[in-house]
Design a protein around this ligand. Structure first.
Ligand code: FES
Ligand code: FES
Length: 180
């Protein structure tokens, strides 16, 4: 029997950091690999490539996502923000400044993911989204008011981002600085 030929790649458009890009990618290509290999945006890191470490965190339509778990072909037309879109050396994002000030990294490999995740987490908290450790009495209020971010909340909300250097205490301090 002659095997049926099927398309194995597609052309799609992604808006990354407010710039539209059209790429043709194999259907098995993840958003992470499109960013790094097609668009040369290497700030987003590949750690585990299995959704376990958070190094590849981006904002997808404003919400945190592990880009190593997402097939690019399924996100035609999507809007992404990567660490390159948050700030640069001349105009860093306040959380980037806080990471620098608090010395919240060692090797730095997890840092882009930590910072993008921190920015996403601050937005989620500002919108009133609870976390696993948000007290029930706060949930019952259901006011939609911003969630209060103590250290337990910050640790829980950042728990998807692993730091193999163990810089966690300073990472929490950096996020806390921006919260304040
Ligand atoms: S590289 Fe995506 S979660 Fe580790
Ligand atoms: S600073 Fe090295 S893995 Fe986090």
């Amino acid at each position: 029997m002659i095997p049926q030929r099927t398309a194995t790649s597609s052309t799609l458009t992604l808006t990354v950091n407010d710039t539209a890009h059209t790429v043709t990618a194999d259907h098995r290509t993840t958003l992470l690999d499109v960013l790094r290999e097609h668009l040369d945006l290497t700030g987003t890191k590949k750690g585990c490539d299995h959704g376990q470490c958070g190094a590849c965190t981006v904002l997808l339509e404003g919400r945190r996502a592990n880009s190593c778990l997402l097939l690019a072909v399924a996100h035609d037309g999507a809007h992404l923000t990567t660490v390159e879109g948050l700030g640069d050396a001349e105009r860093p994002h306040p959380l980037q400044e806080a990471f620098h000030r608090r010395d919240a990294f060692q090797c730095g490999y997890c840092t882009p993911g930590q910072i993008v995740s921190g920015v996403g987490m601050l937005c989620e908290a500002a919108e009133g989204h609870p976390s696993h450790v948000t007290p029930p009495q706060v949930l019952q209020r259901a006011t939609g008011a911003p969630a209060e971010l103590d250290r337990d909340e910050i640790r829980e909300r950042m728990s998807g981002n692993i730091c193999r250097c163990g810089a966690y205490p300073h990472i929490v301090e950096a996020v806390e600085d921006v919260t304040a």
